[in-house]
Ligand binder design. Structure first.
Ligand code: OOG
Ligand code: MG
Length: 269
């Protein structure tokens, strides 16, 4: 990657300039320091405003909204990233990685991969007041998946406001081979083994994600309600990394083995 610090515009930062800078960094594969170093008032809601503005920019350039992702729903992720609450970000069709494709190194800065439980929604789910049970009743199918995260911040160092603004380090995601109706498995007990170059380096069960990934979906619906949106029928929902993410350099061979949802294989390219 061609990586270098981006110069700050004169006159300080605001929602528009941070949004533009984040998309520029993404498109040009530039990593930069956290904005809160210079703009400490950039809190979670300001971050969401920046995220929403960049969703508009993504749609304007022809991308299609396909769902949402949750960030930092597991303790493993919260501890690693130093942000101790979950949040929501947007998924567009540009982030879908076809099965069998390698990690798209040519458009990423410093990709990392994490295993996730993925939902495809069968019904619209609208907060507030959504419970895990209500959320799961709106799910059509459950999949294993791998998210390739790629923060625009140097060394993935950020606060909650920075990372919400950066669309939760969105990069790409791939889904596994098996989709099951949610009643067919106990998601809190669904396990995953994370394998890098033939060595199992981490493992978790769905309970790592808010006790049950359905809780993460409920959280998404309730949080989006605050922002004037629902989780729509047909959407894809990434419920958040079950374990810490692993580096995905060229040449790496990564596999996520789920108990009932099959294996997701990712070549570092
Ligand atoms: C933030 C994105 C978090 C997850 O699943 O927790 C995320 C990051 O770790 O850079 O996608
Ligand atoms: Mg993730």
């Amino acid at each position: 990657a061609t990586v270098g610090a981006a110069p700050a515009p004169k006159g300080g930062w605001d929602i528009e300039t941070v949004a533009a800078e984040l998309l520029r960094c993404e498109d040009a594969r530039i990593e930069r320091p956290a904005f809160t170093d210079e703009w400490p008032e950039l809190d979670l809601d300001t971050g969401y405003a920046i995220q929403d503005l960049n969703l508009r920019h993504r749609l304007e350039r022809g991308e299609r909204l396909v769902g949402v992702k949750l960030g930092l729903t597991s303790r493993a992720k919260q501890v690693r990233m130093g942000v101790d609450f979950p949040f929501v970000a947007w998924l567009t069709d540009a982030m879908i990685l076809p099965v069998g494709d390698p990690v798209p190194q040519s458009r990423l800065i410093h990709p990392r991969v994490e295993p996730e439980i993925v939902f495809v929604m069968g019904k619209k789910l609208e907060g507030p007041g959504v419970s895990c049970a209500t959320a799961m009743a709106a799910v059509e199918s459950v999949w294993g998946g791998a998210e390739i995260i790629d923060s625009r911040y140097q060394n993935f160092r950020f606060t909650a406001g920075d990372v919400a603004a950066d669309n939760a380090s969105s990069g790409a995601f791939v889904t596994g081979p098996i989709g099951l109706p949610p009643a067919q498995l106990d998601l809190s007990l669904e396990a995953v083994l994370v394998e890098v170059n033939g060595v199992v380096v981490d493992s978790a069960t769905g309970a790592a994600v808010q006790g049950h990934p359905g809780e993460a979906l409920a959280l998404a619906a309730n949080d989006l309600a605050r922002r004037g949106h629902a989780v729509e029928s047909g959407w894809i929902v990434l419920t958040g990394g079950m374990t810490d993410a692993v580096f995905a350099p060229p040449g790496a061979s990564i596999a996520m083995h789920f108990t009932h949802l099959g294996s997701v294989f990712l070549n570092g390219g």
